[in-house]
Design a protein around this ligand. Structure first.
Ligand code: GLY
Ligand code: MN
Ligand code: MN
Length: 447
Protein backbone atom coordinates (compact mmCIF):
# COMPACT_ATOMS: atom_id res chain seq x y z
CA UNK A 1 0.00 0.00 0.00
CA UNK A 2 1.22 3.50 -0.70
CA UNK A 3 2.13 5.25 2.47
CA UNK A 4 -0.51 7.52 3.94
CA UNK A 5 0.68 10.79 5.28
CA UNK A 6 -0.43 13.78 3.42
CA UNK A 7 1.25 17.02 4.36
CA UNK A 8 -0.86 19.79 5.76
CA UNK A 9 -0.76 23.46 6.59
CA UNK A 10 -3.01 26.59 6.75
CA UNK A 11 -5.37 27.33 9.65
CA UNK A 12 -9.08 27.86 10.15
CA UNK A 13 -10.61 28.57 13.54
CA UNK A 14 -11.34 25.45 15.53
CA UNK A 15 -14.99 24.91 16.29
CA UNK A 16 -16.38 23.35 19.41
CA UNK A 17 -16.04 19.58 19.71
CA UNK A 18 -19.67 19.04 20.47
CA UNK A 19 -22.41 16.75 19.37
CA UNK A 20 -22.63 13.19 18.20
CA UNK A 21 -22.35 12.02 14.65
CA UNK A 22 -25.52 12.28 12.64
CA UNK A 23 -27.41 8.99 12.27
CA UNK A 24 -25.85 6.62 9.79
CA UNK A 25 -27.59 6.18 6.45
CA UNK A 26 -29.98 3.29 5.91
CA UNK A 27 -28.31 0.22 4.43
CA UNK A 28 -28.19 -0.05 0.69
CA UNK A 29 -30.72 -2.35 -0.91
CA UNK A 30 -29.55 -5.71 -2.16
CA UNK A 31 -27.76 -5.71 -5.50
CA UNK A 32 -28.79 -8.50 -7.80
CA UNK A 33 -26.00 -10.33 -9.60
CA UNK A 34 -26.35 -10.92 -13.32
CA UNK A 35 -26.73 -14.68 -13.36
CA UNK A 36 -26.25 -15.20 -17.06
CA UNK A 37 -22.85 -13.49 -17.10
CA UNK A 38 -20.75 -14.13 -14.02
CA UNK A 39 -17.63 -12.70 -15.65
CA UNK A 40 -19.38 -9.38 -15.88
CA UNK A 41 -19.97 -8.86 -12.16
CA UNK A 42 -22.72 -6.63 -10.87
CA UNK A 43 -25.21 -4.60 -12.89
CA UNK A 44 -23.88 -1.46 -14.47
CA UNK A 45 -25.48 1.85 -13.57
CA UNK A 46 -25.59 2.69 -17.25
CA UNK A 47 -26.86 6.25 -16.75
CA UNK A 48 -24.07 7.13 -14.32
CA UNK A 49 -21.25 5.74 -16.44
CA UNK A 50 -22.66 7.40 -19.57
CA UNK A 51 -22.73 10.73 -17.70
CA UNK A 52 -19.09 10.23 -16.65
CA UNK A 53 -18.09 9.51 -20.24
CA UNK A 54 -19.94 12.59 -21.48
CA UNK A 55 -18.21 14.71 -18.85
CA UNK A 56 -14.83 13.34 -19.92
CA UNK A 57 -15.52 14.02 -23.58
CA UNK A 58 -16.54 17.57 -22.70
CA UNK A 59 -13.21 18.02 -20.92
CA UNK A 60 -11.26 16.55 -23.81
CA UNK A 61 -13.06 18.76 -26.34
CA UNK A 62 -11.38 17.24 -29.37
CA UNK A 63 -9.45 14.00 -29.23
CA UNK A 64 -9.59 10.27 -28.85
CA UNK A 65 -9.57 8.45 -25.50
CA UNK A 66 -8.48 4.85 -25.26
CA UNK A 67 -8.77 2.95 -21.98
CA UNK A 68 -7.70 -0.68 -21.55
CA UNK A 69 -9.26 -3.00 -18.99
CA UNK A 70 -7.10 -5.00 -16.60
CA UNK A 71 -5.90 -8.54 -17.25
CA UNK A 72 -6.06 -11.72 -15.27
CA UNK A 73 -3.14 -12.03 -12.90
CA UNK A 74 -0.96 -15.08 -13.26
CA UNK A 75 -0.89 -17.56 -10.46
CA UNK A 76 2.69 -18.54 -11.17
CA UNK A 77 4.10 -15.04 -11.57
CA UNK A 78 2.04 -12.63 -9.49
CA UNK A 79 1.13 -12.76 -5.84
CA UNK A 80 -2.53 -13.63 -6.18
CA UNK A 81 -3.95 -13.10 -2.73
CA UNK A 82 -7.69 -12.90 -3.15
CA UNK A 83 -8.75 -13.71 -6.65
CA UNK A 84 -6.91 -13.32 -9.88
CA UNK A 85 -8.66 -10.27 -11.31
CA UNK A 86 -9.51 -6.76 -10.18
CA UNK A 87 -10.60 -4.23 -12.76
CA UNK A 88 -8.50 -1.15 -13.51
CA UNK A 89 -10.07 1.79 -11.68
CA UNK A 90 -10.04 4.05 -14.73
CA UNK A 91 -11.78 1.46 -16.90
CA UNK A 92 -14.27 0.71 -14.14
CA UNK A 93 -15.06 4.38 -13.62
CA UNK A 94 -16.15 4.78 -17.23
CA UNK A 95 -17.83 1.40 -17.68
CA UNK A 96 -18.46 -0.40 -14.35
CA UNK A 97 -17.60 -3.56 -16.24
CA UNK A 98 -15.55 -6.24 -14.54
CA UNK A 99 -14.64 -7.92 -17.77
CA UNK A 100 -10.98 -8.34 -18.66
CA UNK A 101 -8.82 -7.60 -21.71
CA UNK A 102 -11.38 -5.08 -23.00
CA UNK A 103 -10.82 -1.58 -24.39
CA UNK A 104 -12.98 1.52 -24.28
CA UNK A 105 -12.72 4.04 -27.11
CA UNK A 106 -14.21 7.51 -26.75
CA UNK A 107 -14.13 9.99 -29.58
CA UNK A 108 -14.75 13.69 -29.06
CA UNK A 109 -15.09 16.28 -31.83
CA UNK A 110 -14.83 15.75 -35.58
CA UNK A 111 -18.57 15.95 -36.07
CA UNK A 112 -19.99 13.65 -33.42
CA UNK A 113 -18.88 11.94 -30.24
CA UNK A 114 -18.69 8.20 -30.20
CA UNK A 115 -18.27 5.41 -27.64
CA UNK A 116 -17.13 1.93 -28.58
CA UNK A 117 -16.47 -1.05 -26.34
CA UNK A 118 -14.05 -3.67 -27.63
CA UNK A 119 -14.25 -7.16 -26.17
CA UNK A 120 -12.23 -10.29 -26.88
CA UNK A 121 -14.16 -13.09 -28.56
CA UNK A 122 -15.63 -15.72 -26.28
CA UNK A 123 -13.75 -19.02 -26.15
CA UNK A 124 -15.97 -21.86 -24.96
CA UNK A 125 -13.00 -24.09 -24.11
CA UNK A 126 -11.44 -21.41 -21.90
CA UNK A 127 -14.81 -20.72 -20.29
CA UNK A 128 -14.74 -24.26 -18.90
CA UNK A 129 -11.99 -22.89 -16.60
CA UNK A 130 -13.04 -19.31 -16.09
CA UNK A 131 -16.81 -19.32 -16.37
CA UNK A 132 -18.81 -17.28 -18.83
CA UNK A 133 -17.31 -14.10 -20.21
CA UNK A 134 -18.80 -11.11 -21.97
CA UNK A 135 -18.27 -11.31 -25.70
CA UNK A 136 -18.63 -8.77 -28.51
CA UNK A 137 -22.36 -9.18 -29.01
CA UNK A 138 -25.71 -7.58 -28.27
CA UNK A 139 -25.79 -8.92 -24.69
CA UNK A 140 -22.70 -6.87 -23.89
CA UNK A 141 -24.32 -3.84 -25.49
CA UNK A 142 -27.46 -4.26 -23.42
CA UNK A 143 -25.69 -4.85 -20.11
CA UNK A 144 -23.05 -2.16 -20.53
CA UNK A 145 -25.34 0.50 -21.97
CA UNK A 146 -22.79 0.98 -24.78
CA UNK A 147 -24.64 0.15 -28.00
CA UNK A 148 -21.52 -0.20 -30.15
CA UNK A 149 -19.55 -3.31 -29.16
CA UNK A 150 -16.86 -4.71 -31.46
CA UNK A 151 -14.29 -7.51 -31.26
CA UNK A 152 -10.86 -6.42 -30.04
CA UNK A 153 -9.23 -7.34 -33.34
CA UNK A 154 -11.02 -4.41 -34.96
CA UNK A 155 -9.47 -1.92 -32.51
CA UNK A 156 -6.54 -0.94 -34.76
CA UNK A 157 -8.75 0.09 -37.65
CA UNK A 158 -11.30 1.85 -35.47
CA UNK A 159 -8.62 3.84 -33.68
CA UNK A 160 -6.89 4.85 -36.90
CA UNK A 161 -10.21 6.01 -38.36
CA UNK A 162 -11.08 7.97 -35.21
CA UNK A 163 -7.71 9.71 -35.10
CA UNK A 164 -7.93 10.57 -38.76
CA UNK A 165 -11.41 12.01 -38.36
CA UNK A 166 -10.81 13.99 -35.20
CA UNK A 167 -7.26 15.21 -35.81
CA UNK A 168 -6.71 15.67 -32.10
CA UNK A 169 -4.57 14.09 -29.39
CA UNK A 170 -4.87 10.51 -28.20
CA UNK A 171 -5.43 10.20 -24.43
CA UNK A 172 -4.42 6.96 -22.74
CA UNK A 173 -3.91 6.22 -19.04
CA UNK A 174 -0.12 6.06 -18.81
CA UNK A 175 -0.07 3.72 -15.83
CA UNK A 176 -0.77 0.46 -17.50
CA UNK A 177 0.98 -2.86 -17.47
CA UNK A 178 3.80 -3.53 -19.90
CA UNK A 179 1.36 -5.56 -21.94
CA UNK A 180 -0.85 -2.51 -22.44
CA UNK A 181 2.06 -0.19 -23.10
CA UNK A 182 3.27 -2.43 -25.92
CA UNK A 183 -0.20 -2.60 -27.38
CA UNK A 184 -0.64 1.16 -27.12
CA UNK A 185 2.67 1.63 -28.94
CA UNK A 186 1.47 -0.69 -31.68
CA UNK A 187 -1.79 1.20 -31.96
CA UNK A 188 -0.22 4.60 -32.32
CA UNK A 189 2.45 5.78 -34.71
CA UNK A 190 5.49 7.98 -34.41
CA UNK A 191 4.75 11.66 -34.16
CA UNK A 192 1.23 11.14 -32.82
CA UNK A 193 0.32 13.46 -29.95
CA UNK A 194 -0.19 10.98 -27.09
CA UNK A 195 -1.17 12.43 -23.69
CA UNK A 196 -1.85 11.01 -20.25
CA UNK A 197 -5.55 10.59 -19.50
CA UNK A 198 -4.96 10.19 -15.77
CA UNK A 199 -4.94 13.86 -14.65
CA UNK A 200 -8.38 14.49 -16.21
CA UNK A 201 -9.87 11.14 -15.27
CA UNK A 202 -8.49 11.26 -11.73
CA UNK A 203 -9.78 14.74 -11.03
CA UNK A 204 -13.27 13.61 -12.05
CA UNK A 205 -13.14 10.98 -9.32
CA UNK A 206 -12.86 13.59 -6.55
CA UNK A 207 -16.59 14.39 -6.45
CA UNK A 208 -18.53 11.15 -6.18
CA UNK A 209 -21.85 10.74 -7.98
CA UNK A 210 -24.88 9.05 -6.41
CA UNK A 211 -23.91 5.60 -7.64
CA UNK A 212 -20.41 5.92 -6.19
CA UNK A 213 -21.74 7.17 -2.87
CA UNK A 214 -24.14 4.22 -2.70
CA UNK A 215 -21.20 1.85 -3.25
CA UNK A 216 -19.17 3.61 -0.58
CA UNK A 217 -22.01 3.44 1.92
CA UNK A 218 -22.23 -0.28 1.33
CA UNK A 219 -18.45 -0.77 1.75
CA UNK A 220 -18.54 1.28 4.95
CA UNK A 221 -21.59 -0.52 6.37
CA UNK A 222 -19.86 -3.87 5.81
CA UNK A 223 -16.69 -2.52 7.42
CA UNK A 224 -18.62 -1.38 10.48
CA UNK A 225 -19.89 -4.94 10.97
CA UNK A 226 -16.29 -6.16 10.76
CA UNK A 227 -15.13 -3.71 13.43
CA UNK A 228 -17.95 -4.75 15.74
CA UNK A 229 -16.98 -8.41 15.21
CA UNK A 230 -13.33 -7.57 16.00
CA UNK A 231 -14.30 -5.94 19.29
CA UNK A 232 -16.48 -8.90 20.15
CA UNK A 233 -13.67 -11.36 19.43
CA UNK A 234 -11.15 -9.59 21.67
CA UNK A 235 -10.09 -10.74 25.12
CA UNK A 236 -6.64 -10.95 26.72
CA UNK A 237 -4.63 -13.83 25.29
CA UNK A 238 -6.18 -13.96 21.82
CA UNK A 239 -3.76 -13.60 18.97
CA UNK A 240 -3.92 -10.63 16.67
CA UNK A 241 -4.65 -12.97 13.78
CA UNK A 242 -7.71 -14.27 15.59
CA UNK A 243 -9.09 -10.73 15.79
CA UNK A 244 -8.20 -10.24 12.13
CA UNK A 245 -9.97 -13.49 11.24
CA UNK A 246 -13.16 -12.37 13.02
CA UNK A 247 -12.97 -8.98 11.30
CA UNK A 248 -12.45 -10.34 7.81
CA UNK A 249 -14.96 -13.16 8.31
CA UNK A 250 -17.58 -10.51 9.01
CA UNK A 251 -16.48 -8.62 5.89
CA UNK A 252 -16.96 -11.68 3.71
CA UNK A 253 -20.09 -12.83 5.49
CA UNK A 254 -21.64 -9.49 4.64
CA UNK A 255 -20.64 -9.55 1.00
CA UNK A 256 -17.29 -7.76 0.80
CA UNK A 257 -15.45 -8.46 -2.45
CA UNK A 258 -12.07 -8.27 -0.74
CA UNK A 259 -10.24 -6.09 1.76
CA UNK A 260 -9.50 -2.58 0.51
CA UNK A 261 -5.95 -2.84 1.93
CA UNK A 262 -4.17 -5.26 4.27
CA UNK A 263 -5.96 -5.19 7.62
CA UNK A 264 -4.01 -3.65 10.49
CA UNK A 265 -4.51 -5.31 13.88
CA UNK A 266 -1.86 -3.97 16.23
CA UNK A 267 -1.95 -4.74 19.94
CA UNK A 268 0.21 -3.34 22.74
CA UNK A 269 3.51 -2.15 21.21
CA UNK A 270 2.17 -2.82 17.71
CA UNK A 271 -0.57 -0.23 18.27
CA UNK A 272 2.11 2.41 17.76
CA UNK A 273 3.24 1.10 14.33
CA UNK A 274 1.08 2.87 11.77
CA UNK A 275 0.89 0.19 9.10
CA UNK A 276 1.64 -2.96 11.12
CA UNK A 277 -0.10 -5.70 9.17
CA UNK A 278 1.38 -9.08 10.10
CA UNK A 279 -0.95 -9.78 13.06
CA UNK A 280 1.33 -12.24 14.81
CA UNK A 281 1.39 -11.14 18.44
CA UNK A 282 -0.56 -12.64 21.30
CA UNK A 283 -2.47 -9.93 23.15
CA UNK A 284 -1.97 -9.34 26.87
CA UNK A 285 -4.06 -7.95 29.67
CA UNK A 286 -3.96 -4.15 29.55
CA UNK A 287 -3.26 -3.84 25.80
CA UNK A 288 -4.93 -1.42 23.50
CA UNK A 289 -5.68 -2.78 20.04
CA UNK A 290 -5.70 -0.59 16.94
CA UNK A 291 -7.76 -2.10 14.12
CA UNK A 292 -7.49 -0.22 10.84
CA UNK A 293 -9.45 -2.11 8.21
CA UNK A 294 -11.85 -1.52 5.36
CA UNK A 295 -13.93 -3.78 3.18
CA UNK A 296 -14.07 -3.25 -0.56
CA UNK A 297 -17.45 -3.56 -2.23
CA UNK A 298 -18.32 -2.81 -5.86
CA UNK A 299 -14.72 -1.54 -6.44
CA UNK A 300 -14.98 1.07 -3.63
CA UNK A 301 -13.31 0.76 -0.25
CA UNK A 302 -13.90 1.98 3.28
CA UNK A 303 -11.05 2.93 5.63
CA UNK A 304 -12.04 2.75 9.29
CA UNK A 305 -9.96 2.57 12.47
CA UNK A 306 -11.11 1.73 15.94
CA UNK A 307 -8.96 1.43 19.05
CA UNK A 308 -10.19 -0.60 22.00
CA UNK A 309 -8.85 -2.20 25.19
CA UNK A 310 -8.43 -5.93 24.70
CA UNK A 311 -10.12 -6.59 28.05
CA UNK A 312 -13.06 -4.30 27.27
CA UNK A 313 -12.27 -1.58 29.84
CA UNK A 314 -10.07 1.50 29.23
CA UNK A 315 -7.62 2.43 32.00
CA UNK A 316 -7.87 6.10 33.06
CA UNK A 317 -4.62 6.79 31.18
CA UNK A 318 -5.84 5.09 28.00
CA UNK A 319 -9.16 6.93 28.25
CA UNK A 320 -7.48 10.31 28.64
CA UNK A 321 -5.39 9.82 25.49
CA UNK A 322 -8.37 8.34 23.66
CA UNK A 323 -10.65 11.24 24.54
CA UNK A 324 -8.12 13.76 23.28
CA UNK A 325 -7.92 11.94 19.93
CA UNK A 326 -11.71 11.72 19.80
CA UNK A 327 -12.22 15.41 20.52
CA UNK A 328 -9.59 16.27 17.92
CA UNK A 329 -11.47 14.22 15.36
CA UNK A 330 -14.74 15.92 16.27
CA UNK A 331 -13.21 19.39 15.90
CA UNK A 332 -11.94 18.49 12.44
CA UNK A 333 -15.35 17.09 11.50
CA UNK A 334 -17.08 20.25 12.70
CA UNK A 335 -14.86 22.27 10.36
CA UNK A 336 -15.57 20.02 7.36
CA UNK A 337 -17.69 21.83 4.83
CA UNK A 338 -17.49 23.01 1.21
CA UNK A 339 -14.65 25.45 0.63
CA UNK A 340 -12.35 24.14 3.37
CA UNK A 341 -9.19 22.27 2.41
CA UNK A 342 -7.61 19.17 3.90
CA UNK A 343 -4.64 21.33 4.89
CA UNK A 344 -6.94 23.60 6.89
CA UNK A 345 -8.57 20.64 8.62
CA UNK A 346 -5.15 19.31 9.50
CA UNK A 347 -4.21 22.63 11.06
CA UNK A 348 -7.46 22.80 13.03
CA UNK A 349 -6.89 19.31 14.39
CA UNK A 350 -3.27 19.89 15.35
CA UNK A 351 -4.03 23.24 16.97
CA UNK A 352 -6.77 21.63 19.03
CA UNK A 353 -4.60 18.71 20.10
CA UNK A 354 -1.74 21.00 21.02
CA UNK A 355 -3.80 23.40 23.10
CA UNK A 356 -5.70 20.62 24.89
CA UNK A 357 -2.74 18.35 25.70
CA UNK A 358 -2.01 19.67 29.18
CA UNK A 359 0.67 17.38 30.56
CA UNK A 360 -0.81 14.23 29.00
CA UNK A 361 2.16 13.63 26.76
CA UNK A 362 4.88 14.80 29.17
CA UNK A 363 7.22 17.61 28.18
CA UNK A 364 5.85 17.72 24.64
CA UNK A 365 2.32 18.47 23.56
CA UNK A 366 0.51 15.44 22.15
CA UNK A 367 0.53 16.69 18.56
CA UNK A 368 4.24 15.77 18.55
CA UNK A 369 3.02 12.16 18.63
CA UNK A 370 0.42 12.66 15.87
CA UNK A 371 2.88 11.59 13.22
CA UNK A 372 0.77 11.33 10.09
CA UNK A 373 -1.67 13.37 8.06
CA UNK A 374 -5.23 13.88 9.25
CA UNK A 375 -7.07 13.02 6.06
CA UNK A 376 -6.94 11.61 2.59
CA UNK A 377 -9.44 11.15 -0.21
CA UNK A 378 -11.26 7.84 -0.27
CA UNK A 379 -12.85 5.96 -3.15
CA UNK A 380 -11.73 3.14 -5.42
CA UNK A 381 -8.24 3.54 -3.97
CA UNK A 382 -7.91 3.73 -0.21
CA UNK A 383 -5.72 6.79 -0.71
CA UNK A 384 -7.81 7.97 -3.56
CA UNK A 385 -6.59 9.97 -6.51
CA UNK A 386 -7.01 13.72 -6.86
CA UNK A 387 -5.23 16.93 -5.98
CA UNK A 388 -4.95 17.37 -2.22
CA UNK A 389 -5.12 21.14 -2.42
CA UNK A 390 -8.62 21.03 -3.94
CA UNK A 391 -11.15 22.81 -1.69
CA UNK A 392 -13.88 20.50 -0.43
CA UNK A 393 -17.10 20.21 -2.41
CA UNK A 394 -20.31 18.33 -1.75
CA UNK A 395 -19.87 14.73 -2.84
CA UNK A 396 -16.21 14.39 -1.89
CA UNK A 397 -15.32 11.62 0.56
CA UNK A 398 -12.37 11.82 2.91
CA UNK A 399 -11.12 10.19 6.07
CA UNK A 400 -10.60 12.01 9.36
CA UNK A 401 -8.05 10.05 11.35
CA UNK A 402 -6.11 11.68 14.15
CA UNK A 403 -3.85 9.54 16.31
CA UNK A 404 -1.39 9.65 19.19
CA UNK A 405 1.38 7.05 19.31
CA UNK A 406 3.39 6.77 22.54
CA UNK A 407 5.87 4.02 21.71
CA UNK A 408 7.56 4.20 25.14
CA UNK A 409 4.23 3.25 26.74
CA UNK A 410 3.13 0.79 24.02
CA UNK A 411 0.08 2.99 23.75
CA UNK A 412 -1.25 3.91 20.33
CA UNK A 413 -4.67 5.38 19.58
CA UNK A 414 -6.06 6.12 16.14
CA UNK A 415 -9.70 6.87 15.38
CA UNK A 416 -10.59 6.99 11.71
CA UNK A 417 -13.94 7.66 10.13
CA UNK A 418 -15.11 8.14 6.58
CA UNK A 419 -16.86 11.41 5.92
CA UNK A 420 -18.99 12.63 3.04
CA UNK A 421 -18.95 16.35 2.33
CA UNK A 422 -22.50 17.70 2.00
CA UNK A 423 -23.85 21.04 0.78
CA UNK A 424 -23.80 22.49 4.29
CA UNK A 425 -21.20 20.45 6.16
CA UNK A 426 -20.40 16.79 6.39
CA UNK A 427 -21.90 13.41 7.20
CA UNK A 428 -20.20 10.62 9.14
CA UNK A 429 -20.47 7.49 7.01
CA UNK A 430 -18.95 5.11 9.57
CA UNK A 431 -20.71 6.39 12.69
CA UNK A 432 -22.34 3.05 13.38
CA UNK A 433 -19.03 1.61 14.59
CA UNK A 434 -18.84 2.28 18.36
CA UNK A 435 -16.64 5.30 18.78
CA UNK A 436 -16.73 6.76 22.28
CA UNK A 437 -15.12 4.89 25.18
CA UNK A 438 -18.60 4.37 26.68
CA UNK A 439 -19.97 2.88 23.44
CA UNK A 440 -16.96 0.59 23.07
CA UNK A 441 -17.10 -0.56 26.70
CA UNK A 442 -20.84 -1.17 26.40
CA UNK A 443 -20.40 -3.34 23.31
CA UNK A 444 -17.45 -5.24 24.73
CA UNK A 445 -19.23 -5.69 28.06
CA UNK A 446 -21.89 -7.72 26.28
CA UNK A 447 -19.39 -10.29 24.91
N1 GLY B 1 -5.53 2.39 6.28
C1 GLY B 1 -4.53 3.27 5.85
C2 GLY B 1 -4.84 4.65 6.18
O1 GLY B 1 -5.54 4.90 7.13
O2 GLY B 1 -4.51 5.55 5.48
MN1 MN C 1 -6.83 6.31 6.17
MN1 MN D 1 -6.93 3.46 7.78
Amino acid sequence: MRSLIVAACVAVPALAAQGRPSPAPPPLGAWTPVPELPGMGRPVDTASVAARRRALLARVGRGVVLVPAAHERELERDYVQDNDFRQSNTFFYFTELETQDAWLLLVAGGGASETVLFLPPRTPLQERWTGLRLGPDSTAGRLSGIPRVLPTDSLDDALAAALFRVRGPLYVPLDQTTRDEQRIRELTFAGRDVRNLRPSADSMRLVKDADEIARMRKAVDISVLGHVAAMQAARPGVWEYEIEAALEAAFRRNGADRVGYPSIVGSGPNSTTLHYDVSRRQTREGDLVVVDAGAEWGQYTADVTRTFPVNGKFTPRQKAIYDLVLATQQVAFDSTRPGTTIAQLNRVARDYMRTHSGTLCGAETCDAYFIHGLSHWLGMDVHDVGDYSTPLKAGMVLTIEPGIYLAQESLGVRIEDDVLVTATGAEWLSAKAPRTTAEIERLMGRR
